[in-house]
Design a protein around this ligand. Sequence first.
Ligand code: MRU
Length: 347
Amino acid sequence: MYPIKIRAIEWTGKSVRWLNTNLLPHQEVYEESSDYERIARAIETMEIRGAPAIGVAAAFAVAAAVANANTSSVEELRLLGLRAVERLGKTRPTAYNLFWALDRIKRVLQREYIGVDDLKKAVVEEALKIYNEDVETNIRIGEIGEKLIEDGDTILTHCNAGALATSAFGTALAVIRVAWYKGKKIKVIATETRPVLQGARLTVWELKKEGIPVTLITDNMVGYVMYKKMVNKVIVGADRVLGDGHVINKIGTYTIAIAAKRHGIPFYVAAPTSTFDLRSRVEDVKIEERNPDEVRKVLNKVYITLEDVDVFNPSFDITPPDLVTGIITEKGVVTQPYEENIRKLFL
Ligand code: MRU
């Protein structure tokens, strides 16, 4: 029903194919591998990034490892699959979809099988199911979230919660896409998103491809554009949503939420239920700290400061539930009181 113009991750039948997001927007390079170690490194180095995309890629990586293994022993194959699960689970610590997807694959690996072919088939099928569910879920988020968007709205988004962060359609950008396809004349303000520049490099590229008007700002311009009444709504994605409504997303999200509250601008989070972690408390969540050179340099190339300066480089921050107007999921929009309403989502 909706055109799907970008497929950042695909299963080729035996291997995983992905668009290397580190090279965007200047080069569109697809990589392909059936080696789970190579795919794990692609996640670590952010060739593949964004919470749902990481989960799908990890599931495909285990599927590739198992499907290509040369053994007639079910036990050996199971162990190989479990080793791949363990390795992929160590790639990035914050996005919940990674652990959610690997858990599903692990449960399939642990079932009883008569022969290796049955085990291979079951793992590949589960990975494809995770992928297809992600596409459907994203479209549903778009359709549900679109109803919150009014004709003429300017929407501010942060980082990239689009097709390049999912299997095809995005979460925050799915809402924007569907609103646009339905003829709403919307505009987007994309934040640059230091230090990895997902907003400048990926969101701008993705929205331009759709023909959706987009204006790029640096992260420190958010308060001013809100003060100037240039923004009607904020929609961001999430790497993890806790049972009490805390939202963990790209560093800078919290600051945007505070500014939105100050200016009375609705602040929405778009996330599939696969991003919801109902078990962890906020103090238990590991916030990834990445290589300090991401901050010392621009695009991993030019030093913009002294090479030995101390750096703090958390990749994500935590937005408390009282700053969140609503969380758009494939099952509906969740609003306060979050603890109670999130629980209802999973009944
Ligand atoms: O470090 P990244 O690029 O993987 O971070 C991505 C984000 O923070 C996204 O907003 C989030 O994963 C949601 S993607 C639909």
